[in-house]
Design a protein around this ligand. Structure first.
Ligand code: PLP
Length: 400
């Protein structure tokens, strides 16, 4: 009898992590590698947040907390949702988990029965379908198109919903496209959902603070309060507060569902790290002055990458409203050959050859359920981005 469960065969290892690992190995082997594959801010966690963690250790905040998180952090999360979106949640409608990823995991494991469908617009962060599959659900992938800004349209949503649909996943701004929904666009989706009262919404707003050009990030309950009773609003500290390693995510949802998520979490990780939770209070309630310079830098990097990519005639690339990724189309290069003789039959071949021949690590669109594209993370300094773009331009120019 095999030791590994059949359940595990339903999922694959994260391709983003695999690419980052490959780049690391090549670098260790002495190759000159520019890594644009990781979905992780290159900024340090702001000092006042780190200080709060040190203080928590000194104060002996080093024990179990409530499974759903400390009251202070749940209040801080509720206050943040109120300040950012005028949402009203009480602490018993909030759960703190070990990263946003655990929130998503808890939601699907706690709610899906075999055969329940989860509608996921693609391109999408690949963990959604994998977690759904692990939880016995059926991911229903709805491709969006570049010319519609990689956003789910109301018609496509309506066509995807069935009596088996349990969840719609929204991610705005999106990993990997950076596309973000306007209030009007969310409202149009909410109007469709009005006809399907059995469908719940999981909105992953983890990049919501990273938006550019005056874009205002909205969340669906804010524009459609009637969905409050069937929406999980998820957020976390990893991206906007440069806190990937601290592992703090949170969600607001009806109290009954929060109770179920807490029950599940109580039999897995229990509470998120007590020290990270104390830091989280400082993050959510403290000064956000660090954000403006961070956003200005991200925007400058985004614009740099877009203007460099525009020099490649056969690439098209939508301008993202947020996050720190661009998602260029490379369909025009498929079938071409590199100077070293590699034939590019897929986006996987494209990124593999770009890494092998030019030392630039990116991630193939297929990893985001959207072949024919690749993702560049611009969470890297401008000198690295400039150099990487020069290599990408040379790589594309040399294809024959
Ligand atoms: N959601 C999206 C869209 C992400 O890109 C990520 C991280 O890459 C997460 C959620 C999970 O973040 P964390 O578990 O670090 O909070």
């Amino acid at each position: 009898m095999p030791v590994i469960s059949a359940r595990l065969d339903r999922i694959s290892p994260s391709q983003t992590i695999a690419m980052t690992q490959k780049a690391r190995e090549l670098r260790l082997a002495g190759r000159d590698i520019l890594s644009l594959s990781a979905g992780e801010p290159d900024f340090a966690t702001p000092a006042h947040i780190c200080e709060a963690a040190v203080q928590a250790i000194r104060d002996g905040d080093t024990h179990y907390t409530d499974v759903a998180g400390t009251k202070q952090l749940r209040e801080a999360a509720a206050a943040r949702l109120n300040a950012d979106y005028s949402l009203d949640y009480t602490p018993d409608e909030i759960i703190i988990s070990t990263g946003g990823k655990q929130v998503i995991y808890n939601v699907f494991v706690a709610t899906l029965n075999a055969g329940d469908e989860v509608v996921i617009p693609s391109p999408a962060w690949v963990s959604y379908p994998d977690i759904v599959a692990l939880a016995d659900g059926t991911p229903v992938i709805i491709p969006t198109s570049e010319h519609e800004g990689f956003k789910l349209t109301p018609d496509a949503l309506r066509a995807a919903l069935t009596p088996r649909t349990k969840w719609l996943v929204l991610n705005s701004p999106c990993n990997p496209t950076g596309a973000a929904y306007t209030g009007a666009e969310l409202n149009a989706l909410a109007e469709v959902l009005a006809d399907f009262p059995h469908v719940w919404v999981l909105t992953d707003d983890i990049y919501a603070k990273l938006v550019y050009d005056g874009f205002e990030a909205r969340t669906i309950v804010q524009v459609a309060p009637q969905l409050r009773s069937r929406t999980v609003t998820m957020n976390g500290l990893s991206k906007a507060y440069a806190m990937t390693g601290w592992r703090i995510g949170y969600a607001a949802a009806p109290a009954g569902l929060i109770k179920a998520l807490t029950k599940l979490q109580g039999q897995s990780t229990s509470n998120a790290c007590s020290i990270a939770q104390a830091a989280g209070v400082a993050a959510l309630t403290g000064s956000h002055d660090f954000l403006q310079p961070m956003l200005a830098e991200y925007k400058a990097r985004r614009d740099l990458v877009l203007s460099e990519l525009a020099k490649i005639p056969d690439i098209s690339c939508a301008t993202p409203q947020g996050a720190f990724y661009v998602f260029p189309a490379i369909k025009n290069f498929l079938g071409k050959r590199t100077p070293q003789g590699r034939v590019l039959s897929s986006d996987e071949d494209f990124v593999a050859a770009l890494l092998e021949e030019k030392g630039v690590a990116t991630v193939q669109g297929r990893a985001f359920l959207h072949p024919g594209y690749f993702r560049i993370s611009y969470a890297a300094d401008r000198a690295v981005l400039q150099q990487a773009c020069a290599r990408i331009i040379a790589f594309c120019a040399e294809l024959g």
